[in-house]
Design a binder for this molecule. Structure first.
Ligand code: NAP
Length: 296
């Protein structure tokens, strides 16, 4: 082992939330640089650390939202979960806090505009204004389009599209005034294509793609970056009707390039990237995190 390797693999600096290198850093050897572990970690912190940031994650009690909330907390953010069911919120917060991460929750039905605004104010009062907003809460009602009622439509649009709009209106201008912010919306393959018996949901997710661009256009000049993650098929409570059919599940996995369906943990890296300084020059984009599903 040469000098550089010894310096880098020595157990030294650590701070919560950022993954530490335990292996020799190959580029250091290639460049012949005296790239010390402290410098490597400082570089990674500059790009990815969320220490000092407050992140509000709707839908953070389950599935993809829980995966994202956990990742942001592990990267150093103080995380606030928002969803309806208190028991699931409590369980999720306990799970995230188990490793010493900072997390709390506020219960609210986001399809109720008045309750949403009150909950947003409560979160801000208790935990500070959000620097990072993740709009992940969603519902997918699946009757054939001709059987979709107006009530189904209203509930779908209220939760999946109006809530992200209202939370953006609540927190986006403050982020812009402070000169730094991140909004991450969760879109869907249905933002760009149709899928079986999901007409109302597809319309709401197509709207999320447009909202992402509108929010980016409004606030990017003042330090806010707004992007959407487009998942592939992920087994969660939302997709239990589909995932209870093993043949369909296998067919969906077969359509990906990596040969499997998604897992909530697959969104950790992209969420930390989009929530931090590393995404400084990325805004108004749909990022497909789908194992290549959309590229086939
Ligand atoms: N799973 C997939 O394959 C997939 C693919 C593409 C996009 N997505 C999107 O990813 C996001 C998360 O989905 P998921 O699969 O992780 O679903 P999930 O496990 O069912 O989680 C949905 C979350 O949203 C919350 N929620 C639902 N309605 C709400 C309301 N009215 N007010 C407040 N919170 C509400 C739920 O908590 P409560 O029920 O307790 O309120 C839960 O925390 C959704 O936007 C979904 O459209 C999922």
């Amino acid at each position: 082992m040469d000098t550089v390797e010894r310096k880098i693999s020595a157990p030294t600096l650590s701070s919560p939330g950022t993954r530490r290198l335990t292996e020799p850093y190959p580029c250091a050897r290639r460049l012949g640089a005296s790239c010390r572990l402290a410098a490597v970690n400082a570089h990674l912190d500059t790009l990815f650390s969320l220490s000092g940031r407050t992140a509000l994650v709707t839908g953070g009690s389950s599935g993809i939202g829980l995966g994202i909330a956990d990742a942001l907390a592990r990267a150093g953010a103080q995380v606030v979960l928002m969803a309806r069911t208190e028991e699931r919120l409590r369980d999720a917060a306990e799970r995230i806090a188990a490793d010493g991460c900072s997390v709390d929750w506020v219960s609210v039905d986001l399809s109720d505009r008045t309750a949403l605004l009150a909950a947003a104010d409560e979160a801000a009062r208790r935990f500070g204004e959000a620097d990072i907003l993740v709009n992940c809460a969603g519902v997918n009602l699946r009757p054939p389009l001709e059987d979709l009622t107006e009530a189904d439509w209203d509930r779908t649009l209220a939760t999946n599209l109006t809530a992200p709009f209202l939370l953006g209106q609540r927190f986006g201008p403050g982020m812009a005034r402070r000169g730094w912010g991140r909004i991450i919306n969760i879109a869907s393959q249905q933002s760009v294509r149709a899928f079986g018996n999901s007409g109302g949901y597809g319309a709401s997710k197509a709207g999320i793609a447009g909202l992402t661009r509108s929010q980016a256009e409004a606030w990017s000049p003042r330090g806010v970056r707004v992007n959407a993650i487009v998942p592939g098929f992920v087994v969660t409570p939302l997709t239990k009707d589909v995932s209870s059919d093993p043949d369909l599940l296998a067919a969906l996995a077969g359509r990906t390039m990596v040969g499997r369906n998604g897992d909530p943990a697959d969104f950790a890296g992209v969420a930390v990237f989009l929530a931090g300084n590393a995404s400084e020059y990325v805004t108004g984009q749909l990022l497909f995190v789908d194992g290549g599903f959309s590229a086939t």
